[in-house]
Design a protein around this ligand. Structure first.
Ligand code: SF4
Ligand code: SF4
Length: 390
Protein backbone atom coordinates (compact mmCIF):
# COMPACT_ATOMS: atom_id res chain seq x y z
CA UNK A 1 0.00 0.00 0.00
CA UNK A 2 1.30 3.47 -0.87
CA UNK A 3 0.85 5.82 2.07
CA UNK A 4 0.02 9.53 1.70
CA UNK A 5 3.02 11.87 1.65
CA UNK A 6 3.60 13.84 4.83
CA UNK A 7 3.74 17.63 4.85
CA UNK A 8 6.94 18.58 6.66
CA UNK A 9 6.67 21.81 8.66
CA UNK A 10 9.62 24.24 8.30
CA UNK A 11 10.13 23.94 12.04
CA UNK A 12 10.94 20.22 11.84
CA UNK A 13 14.51 20.02 12.98
CA UNK A 14 15.42 16.36 13.05
CA UNK A 15 14.24 12.96 11.89
CA UNK A 16 15.67 10.15 13.99
CA UNK A 17 15.10 6.45 13.32
CA UNK A 18 16.12 4.08 16.11
CA UNK A 19 16.50 1.03 13.88
CA UNK A 20 17.35 -1.30 16.74
CA UNK A 21 18.08 -0.89 20.42
CA UNK A 22 20.40 -3.88 20.43
CA UNK A 23 24.06 -3.01 20.78
CA UNK A 24 27.38 -4.86 20.64
CA UNK A 25 28.84 -2.72 23.44
CA UNK A 26 27.81 -2.20 27.04
CA UNK A 27 28.98 1.33 27.88
CA UNK A 28 28.72 2.25 31.53
CA UNK A 29 27.21 5.56 30.39
CA UNK A 30 24.68 4.51 27.76
CA UNK A 31 22.85 7.20 25.83
CA UNK A 32 19.72 5.02 25.78
CA UNK A 33 19.46 4.71 29.55
CA UNK A 34 16.87 7.12 30.98
CA UNK A 35 18.47 6.69 34.41
CA UNK A 36 22.07 6.89 33.22
CA UNK A 37 22.76 4.12 35.66
CA UNK A 38 25.21 2.05 33.68
CA UNK A 39 22.99 -0.97 33.29
CA UNK A 40 22.95 -1.45 29.55
CA UNK A 41 22.66 -5.21 29.59
CA UNK A 42 19.53 -5.17 31.69
CA UNK A 43 18.19 -2.08 29.97
CA UNK A 44 16.07 -3.49 27.18
CA UNK A 45 14.52 -6.79 28.22
CA UNK A 46 13.58 -7.78 24.65
CA UNK A 47 13.21 -11.48 25.27
CA UNK A 48 10.07 -13.11 23.85
CA UNK A 49 10.88 -14.16 20.30
CA UNK A 50 7.21 -14.61 19.44
CA UNK A 51 6.79 -10.84 19.29
CA UNK A 52 8.54 -8.65 16.76
CA UNK A 53 11.09 -6.10 17.93
CA UNK A 54 11.63 -4.16 14.71
CA UNK A 55 10.11 -3.28 11.36
CA UNK A 56 11.41 -5.07 8.28
CA UNK A 57 13.52 -3.07 5.81
CA UNK A 58 10.59 -3.14 3.36
CA UNK A 59 8.26 -1.71 6.02
CA UNK A 60 10.81 0.98 6.84
CA UNK A 61 11.12 1.88 3.16
CA UNK A 62 7.34 2.13 2.88
CA UNK A 63 7.18 4.33 5.99
CA UNK A 64 10.15 6.55 5.11
CA UNK A 65 8.95 7.04 1.55
CA UNK A 66 6.12 9.11 3.05
CA UNK A 67 8.69 11.71 3.96
CA UNK A 68 9.23 14.11 1.06
CA UNK A 69 12.81 14.10 -0.22
CA UNK A 70 14.67 17.10 1.16
CA UNK A 71 18.39 17.39 0.60
CA UNK A 72 18.92 19.57 3.71
CA UNK A 73 17.00 17.38 6.13
CA UNK A 74 18.60 13.95 6.34
CA UNK A 75 17.06 10.99 8.10
CA UNK A 76 19.38 9.97 10.92
CA UNK A 77 19.74 6.23 11.50
CA UNK A 78 20.72 5.41 15.05
CA UNK A 79 20.21 2.93 17.88
CA UNK A 80 21.50 0.88 19.75
CA UNK A 81 23.87 0.00 16.97
CA UNK A 82 22.25 0.52 13.54
CA UNK A 83 24.93 -1.41 11.63
CA UNK A 84 23.59 -4.55 13.31
CA UNK A 85 19.98 -4.01 12.23
CA UNK A 86 18.50 -6.98 10.33
CA UNK A 87 21.64 -9.06 10.82
CA UNK A 88 23.68 -6.27 9.23
CA UNK A 89 21.73 -6.38 5.96
CA UNK A 90 19.11 -3.78 6.90
CA UNK A 91 20.91 -0.52 6.11
CA UNK A 92 21.62 -1.41 2.48
CA UNK A 93 18.07 -2.67 1.99
CA UNK A 94 16.54 0.57 3.30
CA UNK A 95 18.96 2.80 1.41
CA UNK A 96 18.22 0.92 -1.84
CA UNK A 97 14.48 1.46 -1.58
CA UNK A 98 14.35 5.14 -0.58
CA UNK A 99 15.50 8.37 -2.28
CA UNK A 100 16.70 10.09 0.89
CA UNK A 101 20.08 11.07 2.21
CA UNK A 102 20.84 9.50 5.56
CA UNK A 103 23.12 10.27 8.47
CA UNK A 104 24.42 7.35 10.48
CA UNK A 105 25.27 7.38 14.20
CA UNK A 106 27.34 4.28 14.87
CA UNK A 107 30.09 2.71 16.94
CA UNK A 108 31.46 0.99 13.79
CA UNK A 109 30.58 -2.48 15.01
CA UNK A 110 31.35 -4.17 11.68
CA UNK A 111 34.60 -4.29 9.76
CA UNK A 112 34.68 -1.66 6.99
CA UNK A 113 34.60 -4.26 4.22
CA UNK A 114 31.53 -5.93 5.72
CA UNK A 115 29.77 -2.62 6.32
CA UNK A 116 30.52 -1.43 2.77
CA UNK A 117 29.40 -4.68 1.18
CA UNK A 118 26.15 -4.56 3.20
CA UNK A 119 25.39 -1.14 1.70
CA UNK A 120 24.48 -2.70 -1.67
CA UNK A 121 26.34 0.03 -3.59
CA UNK A 122 24.25 2.78 -1.92
CA UNK A 123 27.23 4.69 -0.49
CA UNK A 124 26.11 7.99 -2.01
CA UNK A 125 23.03 8.02 0.26
CA UNK A 126 25.47 8.48 3.16
CA UNK A 127 27.41 11.23 1.39
CA UNK A 128 25.40 14.35 1.97
CA UNK A 129 26.84 17.74 1.15
CA UNK A 130 26.96 19.08 4.72
CA UNK A 131 29.36 21.04 6.94
CA UNK A 132 29.93 17.93 9.06
CA UNK A 133 30.32 14.20 8.40
CA UNK A 134 27.21 12.14 7.64
CA UNK A 135 28.70 9.06 9.30
CA UNK A 136 29.32 10.04 12.91
CA UNK A 137 31.23 7.39 14.78
CA UNK A 138 31.17 7.46 18.56
CA UNK A 139 34.26 6.56 20.53
CA UNK A 140 33.68 4.70 23.80
CA UNK A 141 37.10 4.27 25.37
CA UNK A 142 36.38 1.68 28.02
CA UNK A 143 34.32 -0.68 25.88
CA UNK A 144 36.36 -0.32 22.71
CA UNK A 145 39.63 -0.96 24.53
CA UNK A 146 38.03 -4.07 25.99
CA UNK A 147 36.80 -5.35 22.63
CA UNK A 148 39.91 -4.36 20.65
CA UNK A 149 42.51 -5.44 23.22
CA UNK A 150 43.61 -2.01 24.37
CA UNK A 151 43.75 -0.52 20.85
CA UNK A 152 40.25 0.93 20.78
CA UNK A 153 41.01 4.34 19.36
CA UNK A 154 43.61 3.16 16.81
CA UNK A 155 41.23 0.48 15.53
CA UNK A 156 38.39 2.98 15.24
CA UNK A 157 40.52 5.48 13.29
CA UNK A 158 41.73 2.66 11.01
CA UNK A 159 38.16 1.54 10.34
CA UNK A 160 37.10 5.09 9.47
CA UNK A 161 40.10 5.63 7.23
CA UNK A 162 39.50 2.37 5.38
CA UNK A 163 36.14 3.69 4.16
CA UNK A 164 38.20 5.53 1.55
CA UNK A 165 38.60 2.14 -0.18
CA UNK A 166 34.83 1.82 -0.52
CA UNK A 167 33.83 5.07 -2.22
CA UNK A 168 33.73 7.42 0.75
CA UNK A 169 35.60 10.67 1.15
CA UNK A 170 37.81 10.55 4.24
CA UNK A 171 39.59 13.77 5.09
CA UNK A 172 40.88 15.42 8.27
CA UNK A 173 38.69 18.43 7.34
CA UNK A 174 35.22 17.80 8.77
CA UNK A 175 33.41 19.76 6.04
CA UNK A 176 34.92 17.44 3.43
CA UNK A 177 34.88 14.11 5.20
CA UNK A 178 31.96 11.64 5.05
CA UNK A 179 33.08 10.18 8.37
CA UNK A 180 34.19 11.64 11.70
CA UNK A 181 34.75 10.46 15.26
CA UNK A 182 33.01 11.97 18.28
CA UNK A 183 33.65 11.45 21.97
CA UNK A 184 31.38 12.50 24.82
CA UNK A 185 33.39 14.91 26.98
CA UNK A 186 32.59 13.05 30.18
CA UNK A 187 34.86 14.29 32.97
CA UNK A 188 36.52 10.86 32.97
CA UNK A 189 36.99 10.86 29.18
CA UNK A 190 40.06 12.93 28.57
CA UNK A 191 41.77 13.44 25.24
CA UNK A 192 45.19 11.98 25.70
CA UNK A 193 48.29 12.90 23.67
CA UNK A 194 48.40 9.40 22.24
CA UNK A 195 45.02 9.90 20.62
CA UNK A 196 46.08 13.10 18.93
CA UNK A 197 49.00 11.39 17.27
CA UNK A 198 46.60 8.73 15.94
CA UNK A 199 43.84 10.85 14.38
CA UNK A 200 45.56 14.10 13.34
CA UNK A 201 45.85 14.39 9.57
CA UNK A 202 43.61 11.36 9.06
CA UNK A 203 40.04 11.63 10.37
CA UNK A 204 38.07 14.50 12.01
CA UNK A 205 37.73 14.11 15.75
CA UNK A 206 35.59 16.20 18.11
CA UNK A 207 34.29 16.05 21.62
CA UNK A 208 30.58 16.44 22.41
CA UNK A 209 29.21 18.08 25.51
CA UNK A 210 28.50 15.64 28.32
CA UNK A 211 24.89 15.92 29.49
CA UNK A 212 24.19 14.53 32.89
CA UNK A 213 25.32 14.39 36.49
CA UNK A 214 28.83 13.52 37.53
CA UNK A 215 29.95 13.59 41.16
CA UNK A 216 26.90 15.62 42.08
CA UNK A 217 27.42 18.28 39.40
CA UNK A 218 25.01 18.75 36.52
CA UNK A 219 26.73 19.17 33.16
CA UNK A 220 25.03 20.90 30.22
CA UNK A 221 22.90 24.02 29.82
CA UNK A 222 19.15 23.42 29.90
CA UNK A 223 16.30 25.80 29.11
CA UNK A 224 13.84 24.35 31.62
CA UNK A 225 14.95 24.26 35.27
CA UNK A 226 15.51 20.82 36.83
CA UNK A 227 14.15 19.13 33.70
CA UNK A 228 16.84 16.42 33.77
CA UNK A 229 17.96 16.35 37.39
CA UNK A 230 14.88 16.97 39.55
CA UNK A 231 14.75 13.35 40.65
CA UNK A 232 18.34 12.24 40.00
CA UNK A 233 19.70 15.05 42.19
CA UNK A 234 16.93 14.60 44.80
CA UNK A 235 15.79 18.21 44.34
CA UNK A 236 12.17 17.10 44.71
CA UNK A 237 10.63 13.73 45.55
CA UNK A 238 8.29 13.56 42.56
CA UNK A 239 8.19 14.39 38.90
CA UNK A 240 6.00 17.35 37.89
CA UNK A 241 3.15 17.87 35.46
CA UNK A 242 3.43 20.09 32.41
CA UNK A 243 2.46 20.29 28.77
CA UNK A 244 5.02 19.39 26.14
CA UNK A 245 5.43 19.03 22.38
CA UNK A 246 8.30 17.99 20.17
CA UNK A 247 10.04 19.57 17.17
CA UNK A 248 11.51 16.25 16.02
CA UNK A 249 10.20 13.13 14.35
CA UNK A 250 11.47 10.32 16.61
CA UNK A 251 10.75 6.77 15.50
CA UNK A 252 11.36 3.65 17.55
CA UNK A 253 12.36 0.24 16.09
CA UNK A 254 8.70 -0.66 15.48
CA UNK A 255 7.84 2.60 13.70
CA UNK A 256 6.02 4.24 16.63
CA UNK A 257 6.37 8.04 16.76
CA UNK A 258 7.33 9.34 20.22
CA UNK A 259 7.10 12.77 21.80
CA UNK A 260 10.57 12.76 23.33
CA UNK A 261 13.59 10.56 24.01
CA UNK A 262 12.47 9.80 27.57
CA UNK A 263 9.18 8.27 26.41
CA UNK A 264 10.91 6.26 23.68
CA UNK A 265 13.71 4.89 25.87
CA UNK A 266 11.51 4.29 28.91
CA UNK A 267 8.91 2.41 26.91
CA UNK A 268 11.63 0.05 25.66
CA UNK A 269 13.17 -0.24 29.12
CA UNK A 270 9.73 -1.60 30.07
CA UNK A 271 9.88 -4.20 27.28
CA UNK A 272 8.83 -2.11 24.28
CA UNK A 273 5.34 -1.70 22.78
CA UNK A 274 5.58 -5.11 21.13
CA UNK A 275 2.22 -6.55 22.12
CA UNK A 276 0.60 -3.26 21.17
CA UNK A 277 2.40 -3.39 17.82
CA UNK A 278 0.94 -6.84 17.09
CA UNK A 279 -2.56 -5.53 17.84
CA UNK A 280 -2.01 -2.45 15.75
CA UNK A 281 -0.67 -4.46 12.82
CA UNK A 282 -3.86 -6.53 12.89
CA UNK A 283 -5.78 -3.24 12.54
CA UNK A 284 -3.82 -2.10 9.47
CA UNK A 285 -1.68 0.24 11.63
CA UNK A 286 -4.66 2.61 12.08
CA UNK A 287 -3.24 4.19 15.22
CA UNK A 288 -5.43 7.30 14.97
CA UNK A 289 -8.50 5.07 15.32
CA UNK A 290 -7.25 2.33 17.64
CA UNK A 291 -4.23 3.77 19.49
CA UNK A 292 -6.13 5.00 22.57
CA UNK A 293 -7.79 1.61 23.02
CA UNK A 294 -4.64 -0.42 22.42
CA UNK A 295 -2.56 1.71 24.81
CA UNK A 296 -5.44 2.22 27.27
CA UNK A 297 -3.60 0.98 30.35
CA UNK A 298 -0.12 2.13 29.44
CA UNK A 299 1.54 5.04 31.21
CA UNK A 300 3.57 5.88 28.14
CA UNK A 301 1.72 6.37 24.90
CA UNK A 302 3.23 7.19 21.52
CA UNK A 303 2.02 10.06 19.36
CA UNK A 304 1.31 7.84 16.39
CA UNK A 305 2.65 5.27 13.98
CA UNK A 306 4.40 6.05 10.72
CA UNK A 307 2.54 3.28 8.88
CA UNK A 308 -0.83 4.75 9.88
CA UNK A 309 -2.28 6.28 6.70
CA UNK A 310 -3.87 9.01 8.86
CA UNK A 311 -0.68 10.00 10.65
CA UNK A 312 0.08 13.68 10.01
CA UNK A 313 3.03 15.82 11.02
CA UNK A 314 0.58 18.22 12.68
CA UNK A 315 0.18 15.49 15.35
CA UNK A 316 3.62 16.56 16.60
CA UNK A 317 2.49 20.13 17.18
CA UNK A 318 -0.08 19.31 19.85
CA UNK A 319 0.94 20.08 23.43
CA UNK A 320 0.27 16.96 25.48
CA UNK A 321 0.08 16.51 29.24
CA UNK A 322 3.16 14.92 30.72
CA UNK A 323 3.68 13.85 34.33
CA UNK A 324 7.36 12.98 33.98
CA UNK A 325 8.90 16.46 34.01
CA UNK A 326 12.17 16.18 35.88
CA UNK A 327 13.23 12.95 34.20
CA UNK A 328 13.62 14.48 30.73
CA UNK A 329 16.63 13.36 28.68
CA UNK A 330 19.27 16.08 28.33
CA UNK A 331 19.27 16.12 24.54
CA UNK A 332 15.59 17.13 24.59
CA UNK A 333 15.84 20.11 26.92
CA UNK A 334 19.39 21.38 26.45
CA UNK A 335 19.85 24.73 24.74
CA UNK A 336 21.19 24.30 21.24
CA UNK A 337 21.05 25.55 17.69
CA UNK A 338 18.31 24.53 15.34
CA UNK A 339 19.42 23.44 11.88
CA UNK A 340 19.50 27.13 10.85
CA UNK A 341 22.05 27.98 13.59
CA UNK A 342 19.37 30.01 15.47
CA UNK A 343 21.32 30.28 18.72
CA UNK A 344 24.73 31.18 17.33
CA UNK A 345 23.43 33.60 14.70
CA UNK A 346 20.36 35.17 16.37
CA UNK A 347 20.61 34.31 20.07
CA UNK A 348 17.38 32.28 19.84
CA UNK A 349 17.68 29.20 22.01
CA UNK A 350 16.36 26.01 20.45
CA UNK A 351 15.34 22.92 22.35
CA UNK A 352 14.06 19.65 20.91
CA UNK A 353 10.88 19.94 22.95
CA UNK A 354 8.80 22.93 23.96
CA UNK A 355 7.43 22.82 27.48
CA UNK A 356 4.81 25.05 29.14
CA UNK A 357 2.62 25.12 32.23
CA UNK A 358 5.18 23.34 34.40
CA UNK A 359 3.64 22.94 37.83
CA UNK A 360 6.81 24.07 39.54
CA UNK A 361 6.49 24.21 43.34
CA UNK A 362 7.07 27.74 44.62
CA UNK A 363 9.30 26.20 47.27
CA UNK A 364 11.83 25.52 44.49
CA UNK A 365 11.85 29.04 43.06
CA UNK A 366 14.81 30.22 45.12
CA UNK A 367 16.91 27.35 43.78
CA UNK A 368 16.38 28.46 40.18
CA UNK A 369 19.22 30.59 38.85
CA UNK A 370 17.29 32.45 36.16
CA UNK A 371 13.93 32.59 37.88
CA UNK A 372 12.62 35.67 36.02
CA UNK A 373 13.35 34.13 32.62
CA UNK A 374 11.96 30.76 33.71
CA UNK A 375 8.61 31.97 35.07
CA UNK A 376 7.13 32.07 31.57
CA UNK A 377 7.29 28.26 31.49
CA UNK A 378 5.45 27.73 34.77
CA UNK A 379 1.77 27.13 35.39
CA UNK A 380 0.08 29.95 37.23
CA UNK A 381 -3.17 28.12 37.84
CA UNK A 382 -2.08 26.58 41.12
CA UNK A 383 0.23 29.11 42.75
CA UNK A 384 2.16 27.84 45.68
CA UNK A 385 1.06 24.21 45.40
CA UNK A 386 3.17 21.17 44.79
CA UNK A 387 1.78 18.86 42.14
CA UNK A 388 3.34 15.54 42.84
CA UNK A 389 2.01 13.22 40.19
CA UNK A 390 3.97 10.01 40.02
S1 SF4 B 1 27.59 2.18 21.89
FE1 SF4 B 1 25.95 3.67 22.32
S2 SF4 B 1 24.06 2.46 22.44
FE2 SF4 B 1 25.80 1.03 22.59
S3 SF4 B 1 26.12 0.78 24.82
FE3 SF4 B 1 27.51 2.41 24.11
S4 SF4 B 1 26.35 4.33 24.44
FE4 SF4 B 1 24.87 2.63 24.53
S1 SF4 C 1 8.34 17.07 29.83
FE1 SF4 C 1 10.21 15.86 29.55
S2 SF4 C 1 9.55 13.72 29.86
FE2 SF4 C 1 7.71 14.95 29.51
S3 SF4 C 1 7.29 14.81 27.31
FE3 SF4 C 1 8.53 16.65 27.63
S4 SF4 C 1 10.65 16.02 27.38
FE4 SF4 C 1 9.43 14.17 27.65
Amino acid sequence: MILPLLQLPDTLNYIGVFLTLECNLGCSYCINDPQQAGRREALFPIKAKSLRNCLTPTEWAQALNRIPYHRDLPITLQGGEPMLYWKGQGLGAILSETPHYFDLLTNFALKPEVFASNLNGQQRKLQRDAPYPSIRVSYHAEEMNRVWQGNGFAELVNRCEMLRNYGFCVSPAKSESDVGIYMVAHPQNQMIADMESIFVGRVPFETKEFLGIHEGKLHGHYLYPFSTDLIASSIHPNTLSCECRTTELLLDPLGFVWGCHFYLYQSWAEGGPRREFAELEAQGFRYSECGSRIFANQGLMPIGHLLDPDFAMSDLEIFRHCHHYGRCIGCDTKVKNDRFQSYYDHGVAHTSVKIRNIQMPVSLYDKIEEIERSRQFFSHSFPGKDHATD
